[in-house]
Design a protein around this ligand. Sequence first.
Ligand code: 8OZ
Length: 382
Amino acid sequence: MNHDSTKPTQGRGSATDMGQAPSLFSPLTVGELHLSNRLVMAPLTRNRAGSGFVPQDLNAEYYRQRASAGLIISEATQISPEGLGYPDTPGIYSAEQIAGWRRVTDAVHAEAGKMFLQLWHVGRISHPSMQPGGQLPVAPSAIKPAGQAATYEGPQDFVSPRALRLDELARLRDQYRLAAQNALAAGFDGVEIHGANGYLLDQFLRDGTNRRTDAYGGSIENRLRFPLEVVESVLEVWPPGRVGIRLSPSGTMNDMHDSDPRATFGAMVKALEHYGLAYIHVMEALEADTRHGGTVIPVSYFRAIYKGTIMVNGEYDGPKAQKVVASGDADLVSFGRLFLANPDLAERLRTGAPLNVPDPKSFYGGGAKGYTDYPTLAQQQV
Ligand code: 8OZ
C-alpha cells in the first residue's frame, strides 16, 4: 500500500502506472487540484440555510469540521429562485449568499481543505408554493412526478410542471453561468454540476421525463444537448480542471425512468470525456434503487468508457472504498452519511477506528444538534 506517499500522482493512479495499487489515503492530482487523499465529502442536503437562503456561521463551522476530506462538495445549492424545491436550502444568486458562502470557503481553506459548490436546479421537483409568484415549476416536459414535494407547509402532491419553451433555455444557461461566476466570487475551488437524482438536468437526460419533440428531446443526442450546453456555460467561467458533474445512471429517486440507461448514460459519459473535466461523479445503485427496479449499472461500466477521473458514490464503507480505488474502477470515493456523522472520517477509516452512527432524525433541518455536534476521535478520547 501507498500510505506514506506524499507525492501526488496525476489523474488515474492505476496499478500498472504506479507499480502498486493506489490507496484511498494517498494524494491525487485531480484536474488543477492536489488532493491530500481520495476521500470526498459527498453533497448533502441539510436544510439549515438562514433567511434569504444565505449560509450562516453554523454552516461554516459544519464544513470547517470536515476539511480533512480530500475534497468537500457542498450541499446542492440553487442557482436561481426557480431552482428551489426544498425548505432552507442555500442559494448562489444573491450578494448575501455569495458573502455567506465566502465565510464557508474561508473556514475550510483555513484548515487547508478544498471545496466545490454544487450547482442545482430542481426542475419539476418543486411546488408552486416554493416558486416566485406561485408559478408552476419548469421541466423539459409537462410530466407530473409521482409523490410529494417537501414544502414549507409540509408534504404536498407534486403538480404537473410547465414545459420549458425553446426560447427559455438561454435564460437557464445564463443562470448556470452566473451561479458559476458567483461561486468563483465566493472563493470555491471549483464547481460540481448536479446532473443526478431526478433534478432538471437529469430530467432532460432520461426519456421518462423528456418527451420533447424539438432539438432537446427524442434521440439520445438530443437529450444530452441541454446538459452539455450547461457544462459549456460553466466552462465559460471555470477551467475544466475545476469542474465536475454528478450523474445517477441507476437512480430511481424522484420517479425517474429511462428505457435504456446504459445507452443514455454511456453516451453522456463518452460525450463528457471531450471536455477534460476534473471528474465525473457516478452514483451507483442504492438499496432503494434496486428495490424500485432500477437498472443496476456498476461504476466499472463507465471505467471502460471514460479515461478521466471517476468519483464513485453509493453506500461505501472503508474497506469497500479501498477496494474500488485499488482496482482502478474509481479514483475517488465520496461518502455522505459517514461524513455527516464523522467529521474526521479520513482519520477514522485510515486507523480503523470506530465510527459515529448518523441520526436520520436530524438530517434535514434544525440547528447544531446532529449537525456540528458529532465528535472527533480526539474529542471522544478526552
Ligand atoms: C435529499 C433530500 C433533498 C434533496 C439529492 C439534493 O438527492 C438532493 C436531496 C437529497 O441530490
